[in-house]
Design a protein around this ligand. Structure first.
Ligand code: DCP
Ligand code: MG
Ligand code: MN
Length: 337
């Protein structure tokens, strides 16, 4: 081998080592890839540098401790120049799209567009000029925080701050924490809050609540305001934190009419797959279930879309709805498909 400007000895497999390093860089930070596989490429690079004889086939490398069949296949792909996994699937574009999709408000399509416009990293997006909506800009600026899971205890603290503010406005409000927290999960992606008021509509309370929480520093950013703050059903989406030194967290607040409490509880508790299977089950019995209630006599066109609303059968409590469907009430912790 030859000397390498002071950095050490370049062995006969330096080129292979660099191919593995390139794969490792592509994978690092990509969602949905196992950390084990990613580290495997890094390890393979150092093994390539340690081996003192030239490696010419994957089969030959397979005999080296630490080189499994997957890595041996990559070696054959590198050597043949075949468009295998290392050359084809794990392109820089795939890595960037995987990275950008983790930004709140950015889907696959926008992620691809950002790549096409030249962005290759979160820093590129932060320092360059890219066409992002106000919500996506919030997502980008809080990227690291919003990507993190929220520990159960912190969900509870946020819920209690929100509930206390709601009680200040109106002690007659019902405030509940929903989503993955209600299903008992140890951590959550966001905090989901459901609000109603017994006997009457909670019209207008959402706007007052968001304003109050903003003054208290609990709410810091808006991501989606309702088109009509005074509608009987209104949803706010945004960001907040339990204290100035804690992480920014996603928060959803849904306000609904009192009569819809049970149906909204089912909907907002989820999970999404459980909801879908419950709706399908209701449909098989001739009903229609949505976040407002359980309906009978809903007429559907050939496309399956509703042509009439039907008659409301149950919506006040979860039990009412499960009863009509002939199902035992299912504890939220067991609401998986
Ligand atoms: N929901 C649904 N269909 C959707 C989105 C949501 O039925 N397309 C319902 C079921 C979810 C609930 O709303 O459980 C809350 O939505 P989230 O996206 O907040 O999901 P989770 O709270 O279940 O999980 P996470 O911890 O990721 O927030
Ligand atoms: Mg949630
Ligand atoms: Mn949510």
């Amino acid at each position: 081998g030859q000397k390498n400007d002071g950095k050490g000895y370049k062995g006969p497999n330096e080129w292979l080592a660099q191919q593995f390093e390139r794969l490792h860089e592509m994978y690092a930070g990509q969602v949905g890839k196992s950390a084990f596989a990613i580290r495997g490429y890094q390890r393979a690079a150092s093994i390539m540098r340690r081996i003192e004889y030239p490696i010419t086939t994957g089969a030959q490398a397979r005999a080296i401790p630490g080189i499994g069949s997957g890595l041996a296949e990559r070696i054959d792909e590198f050597l043949s120049g075949a468009p295998g996994r290392g050359f084809y699937e794990d392109t820089e574009q795939a890595r960037c799209v995987g990275l950008f999709k983790d930004i709140y408000g950015v889907g696959r399509q926008v992620a691809n567009e950002l790549y096409r416009l030249g962005a290759r990293s979160i820093t590129d997006l932060r320092t360059g000029h890219y066409p992002l909506t106000p919500g996506q800009q919030v997502g980008l600026s809080l990227y690291e925080d919003l990507k993190a899971r929220i520990p159960r205890e912190e969900c509870k603290q946020l819920f209690e701050l929100i509930k206390a503010a709601a009680m200040e406005l109106d002690p007659g409000l019902w405030v509940e924490i929903m989503g993955s927290y209600r299903r008992g999960q140890e951590d959550s992606g966001d905090v989901d809050i459901l609000i109603t008021k017994e006997g009457q509509n909670q019209k207008g309370v959402l706007g007052d609540l968001v304003k109050l929480l903003r003054e208290k520093g609990v709410i810091t950013h808006d991501l989606g305001a309702p088109s009509d703050w005074n509608a009987p059903e209104a949803k706010w989406m945004g960001v907040g934190k339990v204290s100035p030194s804690s992480k920014y967290r996603r928060i959803d607040i849904l306000c609904i009419p009192y009569e819809q409490w049970g149906a909204a509880l089912i909907y907002f508790t989820g999970n999404e797959v459980f909801n879908r299977s419950l709706r399908l089950y209701a449909r098989k019995l001739g009903y229609s279930l949505n976040q407002r209630g359980l309906y009978k006599g809903v007429l559907r066109g050939r496309d399956g879309l509703k042509t009439t609303e039907g008659e409301l059968i149950a919506s006040n409590t979860e039990q009412d709805i499960f009863d009509v469907l002939g199902l035992r009430w299912r504890h939220p912790h067991h609401r998986r498909p």
